[in-house]
Design a protein around this ligand. Structure first.
Ligand code: A3P
Length: 294
């Protein structure tokens, strides 16, 4: 792996498995220094990143749908650490060509977020999704994204998830890391399930965190524009611009289902018991109010 697109192997960066090209460029990612006006959207992969990116972009553009179709999500809101051969643009190249205030996406666990974000007291929005739905979504994504490692069969995937052997590492450590720091570092910690349950409430929560105050009409429009159905048909938000050899939507569309509770269609009773017991062990030190149905 180096200059050709392929299913990249994972390589550990301070104990966290990352796609090899990211690991190779790690020093430049770690050295990135944001402006205090930059905003970070952080998630474990498949927790609702793209949805939150669209909400934030619309909030910052007063609900102007056309303005938010100026470019695909990854260009409007660069993905900090992503580094892979063309045609996927590298996050750092995009960021360096943009002037602040920028919105930046990352999947890095909190200890790998470049220190400048904390030193500059940047705003950070974290979105978490319950482990079971998050894993189902990641499984399908790994099938269709030809730069991610092969997911293999579902049965084995559960074990990789529990052991933190997927790209960006352990879901458990990820959600706990941001949770424990949320107050000290003024992180807005959101849940995918809350966004599904009451999108308007969560859009307003984000709006307040960004010190914005938009009219009721505009808020309502943003809720509509960021519904699963509308985003699925928005070529600037649904990832169809990524060429088929990279994202194969015929295997599984990026905008796949957008639901809470789809996991019930995947876990056998044995798998469920094993997963739940392990979950108790891994999550016993915290009390994060995850919901697996709404
Ligand atoms: P599913 O695979 O469960 O459908 P990310 O953007 O972090 O990669 O997360 C992708 C997941 O969020 C996918 O989940 C995708 O369908 C879902 N998603 C994207 N936009 C959404 C929206 N507007 N409403 C609800 N879910 C959305």
């Amino acid at each position: 792996a180096g200059n050709k697109l392929c299913r990249f192997p994972l390589k550990s960066v301070r104990g966290v498995p990352l796609m090899e090209p990211i690991a190779q460029k790690w020093d430049s990612v770690w050295a990135f220094c944001p402006d205090p006006s930059d905003l970070l959207i952080a998630t474990y992969p498949k927790a609702g990143t793209t949805w939150t990116q669209e909400i934030v972009d619309l909030l910052l553009h007063n609900g102007d749908a056309e303005a938010c179709k100026r470019a695909p999500t990854v260009v409007r809101i660069p993905f900090l650490e992503i580094y892979s051969p063309p045609p996927i643009p590298s996050g750092l190249d995009l960021l360096n060509a943009m002037s602040p205030p920028r919105v930046i996406k990352t999947h890095l666990p909190i200890q790998l977020v470049p220190e400048g974000f904390w030193e500059n007291k940047c705003k950070v929005i974290y979105v978490a999704r319950n482990a079971k739905d998050n894993m189902v979504s990641y499984y399908h994504f790994d099938r269709m994204n030809m730069t991610q490692p092969e997911p293999g069969p579902w049965e084995g995937y559960i074990h990789k998830f529990m052991k933190g052997e997927l790209g960006w590492g352990s879901w458990y450590d990820h959600v706990k890391g941001y949770w424990e720091e949320r107050e000290r570092r003024n992180i807005l910690y959101l849940f995918y399930e809350d966004m599904k349950e009451n999108p308007r409430r969560e859009v307003e929560r984000i709006m307040r965190y960004l010190d914005l105050s938009l009219s009721d009409d505009v808020i309502e429009r943003i809720v509509e524009l960021t519904s699963f159905k509308v985003m699925k048909d928005n070529p600037m938000a649904n990832y169809t611009f990524i060429p088929k050899p990279v994202f194969d939507h015929s295997i599984s569309p990026f905008m796949r289902k957008g639901e809470v509770g789809d996991w019930v269609n995947y876990f056998s009773p044995t798998q469920l018991q094993l997963f739940d017991e392990d979950y108790e062990r891994q999550m016993k030190t915290v009390n994060i109010p995850f919901r697996t149905k709404i």
